[in-house]
Design a protein around this ligand. Structure first.
Ligand code: PLP
Length: 394
């Protein structure tokens, strides 16, 4: 049979760890183990009822089945309203916003719209995998910015060599992010704006978890910092905010040139989102936001149940200030992979080894808060038994 050679840039993409987790999970289930799956970041919560009602109502209208291209005007108005209400940011719906089929769509395609072969892009290490993958696909060079606990997981911008900065066209940051759940303060964002102006770098802020911020921590949009729109754009999504991950609807906003570049690129590859999904998103973005309060407290309960349970085994894990994850530094003596793989095989708990997100993820695992508190407590108990056994057999 003819052999199909996969493109070299695709061969360079690493997805093996995620696949290995899936395979191990399935093997454990096949062997009769009850697996508590905390490996996938897909919300188990439901969207608000009015979202489901709006979507089904419009789905019954046969006139709403055509292409929608760049999206309906009401969606753009709704994003502008949402940004003003939630983050005190003014956005011009006609040129500072672009609808996306998930922020993954935008993040994956942005580098293709902006980066030339050889251009550098600064990406966080650890970071959400599409940041690096998108640059690789576009033929750019990744420069990892080190996110260390001792620096509150903020990159030290003065560590980046000048030779790199001279070739850098874009930088990606995410606060709060995935897998690192840390928040940035306003001073850091101000420093980024100055840095970007000085070195002529487009700043990309991924704000996918903007509404999952705990303990009354401040909710800071990068675009709310003076000068941010001159240098940057911000991705946001309805996936986690309104539990609409499968609807594939999100948006990017900010710098109009960058928005236009991505819009132009996307006009060649897709024809817009199903109208009823857009109508449901409009309803969500213009609702009274009371939905967020209960959602945030439920995630806080989950986080607290997990961390209190782990504490009993002597494993002290830092409390996430935001997102739907816990970024847990693993006990000494384990590698991330050994820890994660043995947790599946011996404890029936699936988490992701930290090195799936970059070199500096080694020594951590990512635990997704996608099960009710009781199930997370049970996971913690199983982890406790595993840790005791591991210590005995060491
Ligand atoms: C940090 C971050 N950015 C972007 C995304 C993509 O989200 P979506 O494409 O559903 O908007 C995710 C999904 O998990 C994420 O964790």
């Amino acid at each position: 049979m003819m052999k199909i050679d996969v493109a070299k840039k695709i061969q360079k993409l690493s997805s093996s760890i995620f696949q290995e987790i899936v395979d191990r999970k399935l093997a454990a289930i096949h062997n009769g183990l009850d697996v508590i799956d905390l490996s996938v970041g897909s919300p188990d919560f439901q969207p608000p009822e009015f979202v489901v009602e709006t979507l089904s109502e419009y789905a019954k209208d046969p006139s709403k089945y055509g292409y929608t291209l760049r999206g309906i005007p009401e969606f753009y108005e709704a994003v502008s309203y949402f940004y003003k209400q939630r983050y005190n940011v003014d956005l011009d719906p006609s040129k500072e916003i672009l609808q996306l089929m998930g922020s993954q769509d935008g993040l994956a395609h942005l580098a293709m719209a902006i980066i030339n072969p050889g251009d550098y892009v600064l990406v966080p290490d650890p970071g959400y995998p599409i940041y690096e993958a998108s640059v690789t696909i576009a033929g750019g060079q990744v420069y990892p910015m080190r996110l260390l606990e001792e620096n509150n997981f903020l990159p030290k911008l003065d560590e980046i060599p000048l030779e790199v900065l001279q070739k850098t066209k874009m930088m990606i940051i995410s606060y709060p992010g995935n897998p690192v759940t840390a928040l940035a303060n306003r001073e850091f964002f101000e420093e980024v704006v100055e840095f970007a102006k000085l070195h002529n770098i487009l700043v990309v802020h991924d704000f996918a978890y903007s509404e999952l911020i705990f303990d009354h921590n401040p909710q800071i949009s990068f675009l709310s910092v003076p000068g941010a729109k001159e240098v940057g754009i911000e991705f946001n999504s309805l996936s986690k905010t309104f539990n609409m991950a499968g609807c594939r609807i999100a948006y990017v906003s900010g710098n109009e040139q960058a928005v236009a570049a991505l819009a132009s690129f996307k006009s060649h590859i897709d024809y817009g989102i199903f109208y009823p999904i857009q109508a449901a998103a409009v309803k969500a973005l213009t609702s009274d936001f009371s939905f967020f309060k209960s959602q945030v407290s439920e995630y806080e309960r989950r986080r607290d149940a997990l961390i209190a349970g782990l504490e009993k085994s002597g494993w002290h894990v830092a409390k996430s200030p935001a997102t739907m994850f816990v970024w847990a530094k693993i006990p000494a003596g384990f590698s991330s992979r050994r820890f994660a793989f043995e947790l599946i095989d011996r404890a029936g708990v699936a988490v992701v080894p930290g090195d799936a997100f970059g070199k500096l993820g080694e020594g951590y695992v990512r635990i997704a808060l996608v099960q009710p508190p009781e199930r997370l407590s049970e996971a913690a108990e199983r982890i406790q038994s595993y840790l005791m056994e591991a210590v005995i057999t060491k």
